[in-house]
Design a protein around this ligand. Structure first.
Ligand SMILES: [Zn+2]
Length: 286
């Protein structure tokens, strides 16, 4: 074999250098793409967080065009609105279009003596519910709030102090905001729904909630399970009498009569063909 001529050697080494250059270039392009993807994901998350927290701390009126943007019809192919069944500036009572679906909601927790028992029962029955938690109670038992979320239930806001009295818009905003941050911190869920304590202050709460990009959620079935003189059988009977498609049932944590009613309530409604869903599932947004 003839020795490699200088020209042949130069051609050969130039080929190697070009190949190496192309490989390095491709690697760099790939690395840049990876960085960009990671940045855009975390950037999106940070933006969402910043948008949310700036909303929550807003004390001024929103910019004029904000309302326009909210009501503007999305063009084809754009993401769907957050709550297609009910606009966020309306109060949610039920979702009749959902058919034979029903949402169990539990107010006033977490409760040190009862939350675990409720969770055990719901897990055993394979039911997912929505828990409207009181900020003050979350502050006392944050791990219970995390447990509820960890079981796959939906977490919602029931204000910090659970005032039944009249509240100014500023106080309502502070009550919702304080609870929102606690819930976000301990449950890592997007907090989308607010329920007024005792169902009071609805109109003011609705507008504050809408401004904070949350929806006010009431109920269509109320067995008054909080009453000490009510029996589990009465709770079940009232629920069955008031039940309609897409109903939202209000129940409470920390009530022995409610806990006792739950197994039979779930079994009987299932036998009648009802599916148990969270509020987001009822609205078709989860
Ligand atoms: Zn309550």
């Amino acid at each position: 074999m003839p020795p490699l001529t200088p020209i042949g050697f130069n051609l050969y080494s130039r080929g190697v250098r070009i190949t190496a250059f192309i490989v390095i270039l491709l690697c760099q392009l790939f690395a840049i793409q990876l960085l960009l993807t990671a940045d855009s994901c975390s950037g999106y998350y940070q933006n969402r967080q910043q948008q949310k927290s700036s909303k929550l701390h807003e004390t001024e009126n929103p910019p004029v065009n904000e309302k326009f943007e909210q009501t503007e019809k999305p063009a084809q192919g754009e993401p769907k609105p957050k709550h297609p069944a009910v606009p966020s500036d309306e109060i949610l009572w039920s979702v009749p279009s959902a058919g034979k679906k029903v949402a169990l909601t539990f107010d006033d927790g977490p409760s040190r003596n009862y939350t675990i028992k409720y969770l055990d029962l719901l897990r055993e029955k394979q039911v997912k519910a929505t828990f409207f938690l009181i900020g003050r109670n979350v502050q006392k038992s944050p791990v219970l709030a995390a447990l509820i979320a960890g079981e796959g239930h939906e977490i919602a806001n029931h204000t910090y102090d659970h005032y039944i009295k009249k509240m100014s818009e500023a106080v309502i905003k502070e009550q919702i905001s304080r609870t929102y941050h606690l819930l976000k911190e301990w449950t890592q869920q997007e907090i989308k729904y607010v329920r007024p304590p005792g169902g009071n202050n609805r109109i003011k709460m609705k507008s504050v909630a809408a401004e904070m990009e949350m929806q006010l959620v009431m109920w269509s079935v109320d067995p008054q399970d909080w009453r000490e003189d009510i029996t589990p059988a009465e709770i079940i009977r009232t629920i069955k009498e008031q039940l309609t498609p897409g109903a939202i049932i209000v129940l409470h944590e920390g009530k022995p009569q409610t806990l006792e009613a739950l197994p039979a309530l779930i079994d009987e409604l299932r036998q009648d063909g009802w599916d148990f869903v969270t509020i987001s599932e009822l609205l078709g947004v989860s």
